[in-house]
Design a protein around this ligand. Structure first.
Ligand SMILES: Cc1ncc(C[n+]2csc(CCOP(=O)(O)OP(=O)(O)O)c2C)c(N)n1
Ligand SMILES: [Mg+2]
Length: 421
């Protein structure tokens, strides 16, 4: 089986949660891996990280709705209008991605990390959140940020380098982007334990009961921080959803080089139930996350969600994936585009009127214009500003470094003459 022959087409009704029985691993119990010299063969087996067992799916790649005995109830209340709004979120975020990438190429951003291909995992899970819930993202969760109501251009201040990357995490329940891989799962676990100790779990009050969700990648699961988070979350029954977007790549390292079992299979060893979901299926992503959040809010403890998806673009604008992955693999996953899937479903239902499509296109164009204008208006920070906000109070070493830097800068002729560099 080739690496591209992966799950999204295959499973339709497999149930993969094990909330009552953490030992039951989604995708089946992890069979002893077959030792190989290159470490890849086992990954392609039925027990490897690309195994096609146990993915929850409600919409097939052809946009067909399939019944699911456990998860249908989590989406039963969604109207056609709700689904159109999910489509809208995904389309707008993709436009944001496209504009930000172009701005990086024009020299307006230093770097950008797209969410391209992961819109369904992000919008589906994000829409299952309640206002009081708290999100700990990594760095490409633009879809979740958008659903939480953040101004998307605020995300770009970090990528332009005009500040250290920040917004008020409490205003939208959306923490700061974190580039240190996996570290924020520890912050999320600690925060969730705090929520638990504040008595905001299991009260029965839907306005009060709170869940925390951490988004991280397949590569992050190989980090020690994530293991420690799983230990603490499991032992303390923290109200936490560990949402792993397995986009199959950690920069140039495929999942097959990071695990010999499905990533979700790691969680039961920590006493945490896990579920694998088709991450290109916005409905399934919504349903699985809604269940996990409900468990967290009601005192049922943490859940590990593995959203199986694909990073359709480069890791960041500094990366060239043609150097390490096959064009056929990219083409295969383009045919599983998460936006096309929902659009096809809505069209088949007669639930996507032309007026909606026209107004969404206009809205996306307006967003593009807005992003371009806002980013260009951000200007450039003074070089000296890098010394600000290092410490809350004056610090002798930072002051000495600032003085040295200012003197160094003024030693350049053009700077001395006052022309900007
Ligand atoms: C602790 C740490 N080690 C290494 C890096 C360099 N690095 C940046 S992104 C990345 C890959 C992360 O892959 P994954 O967790 O799958 O997330 P994805 O980028 O695919 O969303 C690495 C190794 C880092 N930022 N932090
Ligand atoms: Mg990844």
């Amino acid at each position: 089986m080739s690496q591209t022959g992966t799950p999204a087409d295959a499973p339709r009704t497999a149930v993969s949660t094990a909330p009552q029985s953490p030992a039951a691993t989604p995708g089946g119990p992890a069979a002893a891996p077959v030792p190989t010299t290159d470490g890849r063969a086992a990954a392609h087996s039925s027990s490897g990280p690309l195994s096609d067992g146990g993915l929850v799916q409600l919409l097939t790649p052809d946009g067909e709705r399939v019944a699911h005995p456990e998860y249908d109830r989590y989406v039963a209340h969604l109207s056609d209008e709700d689904l159109r709004q999910m489509l809208r979120d995904m389309v707008l975020v993709r436009r944001f991605d496209t504009e930000a990438t172009a701005l990086q190429r024009q020299g307006e951003l230093a770097l950008f990390a797209q969410s391209l291909g992961q819109e369904a995992a992000q919008v589906g899970s994000g829409r299952a959140l309640r206002p009081q819930d708290h999100v700990f993202p990594s760095y490409r969760e633009h879809g979740v940020a958008h659903v939480r109501g953040l101004e998307l251009t605020d995300l770009l201040r970090l990528f332009r380098g005009v500040d250290h990357g920040g917004w008020d995490p409490t205003s939208h329940g959306f923490h700061l982007y974190t580039l240190v891989i996996g570290s924020h799962t520890l912050h999320a676990t600690g925060y969730a334990m705090g929520v638990q100790r504040d008595g905001a779990v299991g009260t029965g009050d839907p306005e009060r009961d709170t869940a925390v969700i951490a988004y991280f990648g397949d590569g992050a699961t190989a980090q020690g921080d994530v293991s420690e988070s799983l230990v603490f979350a499991g032992v303390n029954q923290a109200p936490l959803v560990l949402f792993c977007q397995n986009n199959q790549w950690a920069i140039s390292e495929p999942t097959t080089r990071q695990a010999r079992v499905p990533l979700a299979a790691r969680a039961p060893g920590f006493g945490i139930p896990a579920v694998r979901v088709d991450g290109n299926d916005v409905l399934a992503s919504y349903a699985v996350t809604a269940q996990a959040l409900e468990r967290a809010r009601t005192g049922g403890g943490p859940t590990f969600v593995e959203a199986f998806t694909y990073r359709m673009g480069a890791h960041t604008t500094s990366d060239d994936p043609t150097r390490y992955r096959a064009a056929e693999q990219e083409a295969l996953w383009r045919r599983r585009d998460p936006i096309d899937r929902l659009r096809t479903y809505l069209v088949a239902r007669g639930a996507l009127p032309d007026e909606f499509v026209a107004s969404l296109t206009a809205e996306a164009d307006a967003l593009g214009e807005h992003v371009r204008t806002q980013v260009r208006a951000m200007g450039r920070p003074s070089a000296a500003s890098m010394f600000e906000h290092v410490y809350a109070t004056p610090h002798a070493t930072v002051e000495a470094e600032r003085a040295w830097f200012e003197s160094y800068e003024s030693s350049f002729l053009d700077r001395a003459e006052g022309s900007p560099r």
